[in-house]
Ligand binder design. Structure first.
Ligand SMILES: Cc1cc2nc3c(=O)[nH]c(=O)nc-3n(C[C@H](O)[C@H](O)[C@H](O)COP(=O)(O)OP(=O)(O)OC[C@H]3O[C@@H](n4cnc5c(N)ncnc54)[C@H](O)[C@@H]3O)c2cc1C
Length: 378
């Protein structure tokens, strides 16, 4: 068996790519180190462009029923007076995007893949890749040997494909860790995402239904241990104090999970018959909720480019893929860096400047539209 593409990683990006290609009739395999299909409890924001791509995979109608649409994003500087509100009305839409349980997306994608002749290799790790004449030979830790005409590395931040392919990276720590937890409230959240730039780092509350939220609080590294050691009631007290707006009767209804935050961009997303997608290629700060969206952007781009395959070789397609996706993701990384540094700095002049920018953007509808279009169409 010689596959058209072997996808390493069954996260949302890998499975969405595999499904898009299988729907076009290509012979696809998926390798994942997990022993069973993933079912992540995390909630993530999915933008308009991603929802359109998921519709083209005939999956959206199923996942949208369990998702929470949001129509507004309110952002403010806790250390100043700046405040911005982005509304779906600014772009004449009903919603700006959706909050979705990652596990529902994963399940939906894997169910759709069952309709195609896709081979799954669970509990398998890629250990080596070698170039053959027209193919790559992939060696798995069980001893299996697979032939594939191309390899798609969607194996996340610590990608083995990236390492085995000798891709160079630019990477640094954001010196923050995100605390993620579910917060309940006794008021209707009205489908509004709220983000406060606190003195410890950005704190976002994303509605996952009428009165429950996912909290993502990126905390400066030197303070993280203080937050981890707090009991739930103490944590809620700090949350209420720092948020800068009433959170009606909040309580924690899940464990608090910690994610160390790191920037990573591969210097080049493709090499010969290998392409990197999603977190394997780029990983940014979660403050704008765009990491998965840009990964799905990679998947959509690659699936479209495969329309010309095999008339055009995988190597040529991957060059085009690299030229399309690298600038977008480098731009996103730069924007996240600017936000992270801009709000991490307590210099009085910078504080004054950023509050003026907030006010300007909030006043000017055309500038606001540019921001919304960038965030919803990445
Ligand atoms: C706190 C936090 C909040 C976030 N919120 C948002 C948000 O609201 N919206 C958004 O768009 N993004 C968000 N992100 C980013 C988003 O979570 C990631 O960008 C996205 O999940 C990456 O998906 P992926 O499929 O590329 O990788 P992953 O989901 O990491 O999947 C990688 C897969 O590869 C497998 N794998 C790894 N190594 C191997 C190997 N050697 N062999 C075989 N298999 C392997 C793993 O088992 C896994 O199944 C957030 C990130 C964080 C940290």
């Amino acid at each position: 068996m010689n596959y058209d593409a072997m996808v390493i990683g069954s996260g949302v990006v890998g499975t969405a790519t595999a499904l898009g290609l299988a729907m076009k009739g290509f012979k696809i395999g998926i390798v994942d180190q997990s022993s069973s299909p993933p079912n992540s409890p995390r909630h993530l924001s999915v933008n308009k462009k991603s929802s359109k791509f998921l519709s083209s995979l005939e999956l959206w109608d199923e996942v949208v029923t369990s998702s929470m649409p949001y129509s507004k994003i309110q952002v403010w500087d806790r250390e100043g007076t700046g405040r911005i509100e982005f509304s779906s009305e600014d772009i004449n839409e009903k919603s700006l995007g959706y909050i979705i349980k990652e596990g529902n997306l994963q399940k939906g994608l894997l169910n759709r893949l069952q309709e195609y002749d896709v081979d799954f290799f669970w509990s398998e790790k890629l250990t080596e890749m070698k170039e053959d004449k027209d193919s790559l030979i992939l060696y798995l830790d069980s001893g299996k040997k697979i032939f594939s005409k191309s390899i798609l590395g969607a194996d996340g931040l610590n990608s083995t494909v990236r390492k085995l392919g000798n891709f160079k990276v630019k990477s640094w720590s954001y010196d923050q860790s995100a605390i993620v937890a579910q917060i309940d409230s006794d008021r209707d959240l009205n489908g509004i995402i709220k983000q406060s730039f606190t003195k410890y780092g950005p704190l976002a509350l994303l509605p996952i239904n009428k009165n429950q939220m996912t909290m993502i609080w990126s905390i400066d590294q030197e303070k993280i241990n203080d937050f981890v050691s707090l009991k739930d009631e103490e944590f809620i007290k700090v949350l209420k104090n720092e948020f800068g707006e009433e959170i009606y009767n909040p309580s924690i209804s899940s464990e608090r999970i910690i994610f160390p935050l790191q920037h990573l961009t591969a210097i080049g997303f493709a090499k010969k018959k290998i392409a990197l997608l999603g977190d394997a290629a780029h990983h940014v700060h979660p403050l704008a909720g765009l990491g998965l969206n840009s990964g799905l952007g990679d998947a959509e781009c690659l699936v479209k480019l495969f329309d010309s395959y095999p008339a055009i070789s995988a190597e040529s397609l991957f060059k085009k893929y690299n030229n399309e996706r690298l600038p977008t993701n480098v731009g996103l990384a730069a924007a996240m860096e600017l936000f992270k540094r801009g709000f991490g700095n307590q210099d009085i002049w910078l504080k004054t400047f950023r509050n003026s920018v907030f006010k300007l953007v909030n006043r000017e509808k055309d500038i606001k539209k540019i921001f919304i279009n960038l965030a919803t169409n990445l």
